[in-house]
Design a protein around this ligand. Structure first.
Ligand code: SER
Length: 322
């Protein structure tokens, strides 16, 4: 049975991956860590610790105390925040990653590291983006993601660290908000639709991006770590895809269920430029062949589920809209 330490456990992915890993491996086998002290509330039963994962000594001490053999390293700044604070983004996204990899090397841990569609750039083929292709991103987020992919490969090749990962598309979820990404609109639109029946989108119509519903993202993160290493030709940064849509497509899917819903656009040039430099859809055949990746949610199934959950939350008076 794995003994897991998660960094960034209170974030968008962590707050759902923590309970998923606890369900799969046993609550006591999963130590949730985050900078935030209110961690206990966000990740249910099981051990927690406040941790700055850039502090290698503190991380190593927790790995030892918990007898962790696997680190899910989720702490990172997303693309729009990274563009506002590029130096912080380098410090957090790269500094923490190298610290985690060093601790993993010294303590013999496996590592999961999420990369992103952000690892691609304007010279990358944008449709059916191949697994192995040009990666010259123009955002700081993208720079840290490509560098992170390479660093993970290096730690595997040089030191044999079992580090694996996927390139996540935009992730849509209804537990913790993403906070500071370019794809966040596809989360916010559901909250605003349920709360107010209208949404102002910061991306232009026609801006296609790859997206994925959280339950699929959680499965991808768990399944890639459980994959038979003998089948892996790639190791880090597997393209994983589920659906590709533009703002008007998600608005239309919502309108089918909430006919009065309306959307307009006030374009944010920073996030629009980032989105325009990312793939419209990724080819995830390497993940499908090498470890059996297959998404379960498309736009329709995701919209049914998001609206069901958020409507129920509104009925109970528990819908919090930013
Ligand atoms: N969802 C992320 C972002 O928009 C991309 O990985 O920054």
């Amino acid at each position: 049975m794995r003994r897991i330490l998660i960094t960034g456990a209170a974030g968008q992915i962590g707050s759902e991956l923590t309970p998923a890993l606890r369900a799969a491996f046993g609550a006591d086998n999963v130590l949730a860590t985050d900078l935030r002290a209110d961690l206990d509330k966000s990740c249910g039963g099981g051990p927690t610790a406040v941790l700055d994962c850039g502090d290698g000594q503190a991380l190593a001490a927790l790995v030892e105390r918990h007898r962790a053999d696997t680190i899910y390293h989720l702490a990172a700044l997303l693309s729009a925040v990274a563009e506002r604070r590029p130096q912080d983004a380098w410090r957090v996204n790269m500094g923490c990653l190298v610290t985690v990899l060093e601790v993993a090397r010294q303590k013999g841990c496996a590592v999961f590291h999420p990369s992103s569609i952000g690892a691609f750039g304007p010279t990358t083929p944008r449709d059916r983006t191949p697994q192995d292709t040009i990666q010259r991103p123009t955002s700081m987020y993208g720079v840290t993601k490509v560098a992170g992919e390479l660093l993970c490969d290096y730690y595997h090749l040089r030191y044999g660290v079992d580090v694996r990962g996927v390139r996540f598309p935009g992730i849509i979820s209804n537990v913790a908000p993403p906070g500071g990404g370019t794809t966040d609109y596809a989360v916010d639109i559901y909250y605003q639709a349920v709360a107010h029946g209208r949404y102002t989108c910061y991306l232009k119509p026609g801006t296609f991006l790859d997206m994925m519903y959280m339950p699929d993202a959680l499965r991808a993160a768990i399944e890639v770590m459980e994959a038979d290493p003998k089948r892996l030709v790639h190791r880090n940064a597997f393209n994983v895809a589920a659906m590709s849509f533009a703002p008007e497509d998600i608005a239309a899917a919502i309108r089918k269920r909430l006919p009065d819903f309306t959307m307009d656009h006030t374009v944010d040039p920073v996030r629009q430029a980032i989105a325009d430099s990312w793939p419209r859809s990724m080819d995830d055949s390497a993940a499908r062949v090498e470890w059996g990746w297959k998404p379960r949610f498309d736009l329709e199934a995701m919209t049914d589920d998001m609206l069901r959950v958020l409507t129920e939350r509104k009925r109970r008076g528990e819908l919090r809209v930013g």
